[in-house]
Ligand binder design. Structure first.
Ligand code: NAY
Length: 289
């Protein structure tokens, strides 16, 4: 369960339906071209929180079919509808997903006891492992070291997807829990996680730049930090432009330029600004994507 996991992009048509063939192409692109170690399915990058339950199940099923056991699969099932989270967790578990993951429940100001109950319920009902998905910038939930410790007491909580820039907290977690899996979640900060001893990383840009992410992680593991930094600089030149042009729209546009039917983002996400297509084409050639 270690290494580089793409937070899988999902292609939609103009009506918001999943483009099945395009999804299969994106899966193949990740496995065959980016050579990722695994796929993180139905995360933020998959526009999960904008999909119906049936669409989420469809994505889980297509990924499992297309993967054919090649790389590890993590199913993000988190939802503030706990019944939905449990149902998705059971569905993904039956499909053979290696672990579940769930975003901390958001929108309402849930207490920590409520958050703990949420994780315990998904674990107890599915009997699968769980990777906590912490993303305070989007959920507003910043858990303390003590709160992570309380969740980590459950042996089915095998790790955390740490999409946060709090590297002090990351270091404390790493030291105290050498056997839990820690994945960094911000691709532009991968190197800081990598020198702190993360086990892997989960990211949206790995769909198109997974090979460089792998190099950064591996070089840090081999104590070659200055070489890793060179690759992080190149990576961040790319990510900076992608963020300016619109994250998921631009990632899909890059895939389209490389011949993959990556569709569009689900509304109300804006459409890609077509006037910027020439610039994206240049990114594809400059960064050899
Ligand atoms: C997810 O669930 O898809 C993720 O959180 C993956 C991590 C990404 N976070 C978001 C919110 O998209 O890869 C990052 C992120 O896109 C990247 O670092 C650019 O900021």
């Amino acid at each position: 369960m270690k290494g580089i996991f793409s937070a899988l992009l999902v292609p939609f048509d103009e009506s918001g339906d999943i483009k099945e063939q395009g999804l299969r192409e994106i899966i193949r692109q990740n496995i065959d071209k980016q050579k990722v170690d695994g796929l993180y399915v139905n995360g933020s990058s998959g526009e999960n929180f904008m999909m119906s339950t049936e669409q989420k199940k469809e994505v889980f099923r297509i990924v499992s079919e297309e993967n054919k056991g090649k790389v590890k699969l993590i199913a993000q099932v988190g939802s503030i509808n706990l019944n939905e989270a449990v149902a998705l967790g059971k569905y993904a578990t039956d499909l053979g997903y290696d672990s579940l993951s769930a975003v901390t429940p958001f929108y309402y100001k849930f207490s920590f006891d409520e958050i703990k109950y949420y994780y315990e319920t998904i674990i107890n009902e599915t009997k699968n492992n769980m990777i906590i998905y912490a993303i305070p910038a989007l959920t507003g939930i910043s858990m303390s070291l003590d709160q992570f410790e309380a969740l980590f007491q459950n042996e089915n909580v095998i790790g955390v997807k740490f999409t946060d820039g709090n590297f002090y907290l990351l270091e404390r977690l790493r030291k105290k829990y050498p056997n839990k899996l820690i994945y960094s979640g911000f691709d532009e900060m991968l190197i800081y996680g990598a020198i702190s001893g993360i086990d892997g990383a989960i990211g949206s840009t790995f769909n198109i730049n997974g090979k460089r992410a792998k190099q950064i992680l591996t070089l840090c593991q081999e104590d070659q930090v200055s070489k890793a930094y060179e690759i992080q600089h190149i990576t961040n030149d790319l990510i900076e432009r992608i963020l300016d042009l619109g994250l998921y729209q631009t990632l899909k546009e890059i895939l389209k330029i490389t011949g993959i039917d990556a569709g569009v983002c689900k509304k109300p996400f804006e459409a890609f600004n077509f006037e910027k297509r020439a610039e994206v084409k240049k990114l594809v050639s400059t960064f050899n994507l």
